[in-house]
Design a protein around this ligand. Structure first.
Ligand SMILES: [Zn+2]
Length: 468
C-alpha cells in the first residue's frame, strides 16, 4: 500500500490578492508534493488556500462598501488563478469561510475548552491589525509593530477568551530542543526555542468587537481569533481525508511562532497528533524593498509568468529563492538567470541535440527510463529540502556533461553507426534529465520527454526563447 503524504502551505490572508512574495512558498511546497506524488508514488495530499476572517478583512470590505463574504470571494478567486498560473498542484484550495471548516473549528474550540485550556479573561496590550496579532510591550520597536513600522499599533483593552499556552511550556521546549528536526532549518529552531525559553504566556483566542469571524460556539458575542481559526484549516482537511498528522507545513518566517509554538499546544489540548515538520523559508524583497501595497511595488506571479513562462518563474524561485536567507529579486536578475540557465543552458542543449537527431534521419531506440532515477546525492538534497542545491546539482552533473559530450564527440562530423551511437547517448541523457526535472519544471519535462520519445526525433521551436 502507498504511504500517505500530507503537505500544506500557509493560507494567504485575504485583505488583498497575493503578490510575488508569496509565490516561493507555494512553488517549494509544490515540488515536494509532486516528488511524493509522481516519483515516490505516495498517496499525496497537498493543501493551500486562503485565510479569510479578521479585523483587517472586515475593514477592507467596509472601505470598498461591500459585504466581507463578497470581498473574500473575489480575492480567493484571484489568488487561486495566481497559483494556477504557476502550476501549483494543490488538491484542495481551502477557504476558512467554507462550511466544513466553520463547523470543525467550533468543535475544536469546544474540545480545547473541555480540556480546561480556554478561560475568560481581560486582555490589555497591543494588537497589530497588519499581522492580526497580539504584541507585548517588549516586542515593539520604537512603539511600533516590528513587521509594520509604518502602521499605528492599536492599544487594546478587551474581554477575551484565553488559551492556556503556559501549560504547554515543557511540551514545546521538548519539541524544539537541540537535535530535534521539528523545525527546519535548524537555525530557525534555535530562534524559536530562545523565544520559548523566555516563558510562554497565555494568548487570546477570541475577539469581542470583530464581527467577521467564526462565532465562539458557547458565547456568540465573541468571534474566534483569526489565527486560532486559520491554523485549524490543516486539521479540518486532514481529518476529513484521513491523512492527519501533516508531514510538512511549509511557511514563511513571519509565521514560525504560530506554527511551531501555538499550533502544537492547541493540537495537544484538543487531543490530536502533532505535525511532523515545520519547514520555514525566509523573505523575498523586490529591488531592495519590502514588497507591499503601500510601497506600490507589488507584482503578481501571473505578470512574471507572462514574461518568463510558468517554468521560467518556477526555475528562478526554486534555484535562487529565499531558502535559508533573505533574497532580493529584480527583473534584471530573473532575466539574467533565465537567459543563462534556461535559454542558453537547458533550451540550447535540447535544441542542438534534437536538430542533429532530425537531420541525421536515424531511428533511435525508445529507451524506457523508469521514473525517479535520481543520483543518491540528489535524493538526499530533496529529502533535506535543499531544492536550490538539487537544481544546481542537475545543471552541473546532468546538463553540462551533455553539452561537453556534444562538443567533444561532434556528432555532425560522423556517419552511420558512429553517428547513431554518439547521438543515442546524448538523447538518453536528455531523457534522464527531463525525467528528473518533472517535479520542478513539469511542463518542460513533459515537452522534452514527448519530443525525445523516438524512434524519429524532430527539432521544435525553442523551449525558452531568449529575453532582452
Ligand atoms: Zn504587524
Amino acid at each position: 500500500m502507498a504511504d500517505k503524504f500530507y503537505i500544506t502551505t500557509a493560507i494567504d490572508y485575504t485583505n488583498d490578492v497575493i503578490h510575488v512574495g508569496h509565490s516561493y512558498q507555494k512553488i517549494l511546497a509544490d515540488v515536494i508534493a509532486r516528488y511524493h506524488r509522481d516519483i515516490k508514488k505516495d498517496e499525496t495530499y497537498f493543501l493551500t488556500g486562503t485565510d479569510e476572517h479578521g479585523q483587517k478583512v472586515e475593514k477592507s470590505a467596509i472601505e470598498k462598501g461591500i459585504e466581507p463574504k463578497k470581498f473574500v470571494d473575489e480575492i480567493a478567486a484571484a489568488d487561486k488563478a495566481e497559483w494556477d498560473a504557476l502550476n501549483v498542484s494543490y488538491d484542495r484550495f481551502f477557504r476558512t469561510t467554507d462550511d466544513d471548516h466553520i463547523k470543525f473549528a467550533q468543535e475544536f474550540y469546544l474540545k480545547s475548552k473541555a480540556a480546561g485550556d480556554i478561560y475568560l479573561g481581560k486582555y490589555e496590550g497591543w494588537y497589530c491589525e497588519g499581522c492580526e496579532a497580539y504584541y507585548d510591550e517588549s516586542d515593539l520597536v520604537d512603539g511600533k509593530c516590528p513587521l509594520h513600522p509604518n502602521k499605528q499599533i492599536q492599544k487594546l483593552v478587551e474581554e477575551n477568551y484565553f488559551f492556556r499556552l503556559s501549560k504547554y511550556q515543557k511540551l514545546i521546549e521538548g519539541l524544539l530542543n537541540e537535535g530535534s528536526t521539528f523545525v527546519v532549518p535548524d537555525s530557525k529552531r534555535g530562534e524559536i526555542l530562545s523565544f520559548v525559553k523566555r516563558g510562554l504566556k497565555d494568548f487570546s483566542v477570541s475577539r469581542k468587537n470583530v464581527k467577521w469571524g467564526i462565532p465562539v460556539p458557547d458565547d456568540p458575542d465573541h468571534t474566534i481569533y483569526v489565527w486560532f481559526d486559520a491554523l485549524i484549516n490543516y486539521l479540518t482537511y486532514g481529518i476529513e481525508n484521513n491523512c492527519w498528522p501533516a508531514d510538512i507545513h511549509v511557511l514563511g518566517k513571519d509565521n514560525q511562532r504560530f506554527h511551531a509554538v501555538y499550533w502544537p499546544a492547541m493540537l495537544k489540548s484538543a487531543g490530536y497528533d502533532l505535525p511532523k515538520i515545520i519547514l520555514v523559508h525566509d523573505f523575498l524583497s523586490l529591488n531592495g524593498q519590502k514588497i507591499s501595497k503601500s510601497l506600490g511595488n507589488v507584482i503578481r506571479p501571473s505578470e512574471l509568468v507572462k514574461k518568463f513562462g510558468t517554468d521560467g518563474v518556477r526555475y528562478f524561485f526554486l534555484r535562487y529563492g529565499p531558502l535559508g536567507n533573505d533574497v532580493d529579486v529584480t527583473i534584471e536578475k530573473i532575466t539574467e538567470a533565465y537567459n543563462a540557465d534556461l535559454a542558453n543552458g537547458l533550451g540550447n542543449v535540447v535544441a542542438r541535440v534534437s536538430k542533429m537527431a532530425e537531420s541525421s534521419g536515424v531511428e533511435f531506440e525508445e529507451t524506457n527510463i523508469p521514473q525517479g532515477i535520481y543520483r543518491e546525492q540528489q535524493i538526499k538534497l530533496i529529502e533535506e529540502f535543499r531544492i536550490n542545491d538539487v537544481l544546481a546539482n542537475m545543471w552541473n552533473l546532468d546538463l553540462r556533461p551533455i553539452d561537453i559530450h556534444v562538443n567533444r564527440e561532434t556528432p555532425w562530423t560522423r556517419k552511420g553507426n558512429d553517428l547513431k551511437e554518439a547521438l543515442q547517448f546524448e538523447i538518453n541523457e536528455i531523457r534522464i534529465l527531463a525525467n528528473r526535472l518533472q517535479p520542478f519544471l513539469p511542463n518542460t519535462a513533459k515537452k522534452i520527454l514527448e519530443q525525445f520519445r523516438g524512434p524519429k526525433i524532430k527539432a521544435l521551436p525553442p523551449l525558452f526563447p531568449r529575453i532582452k
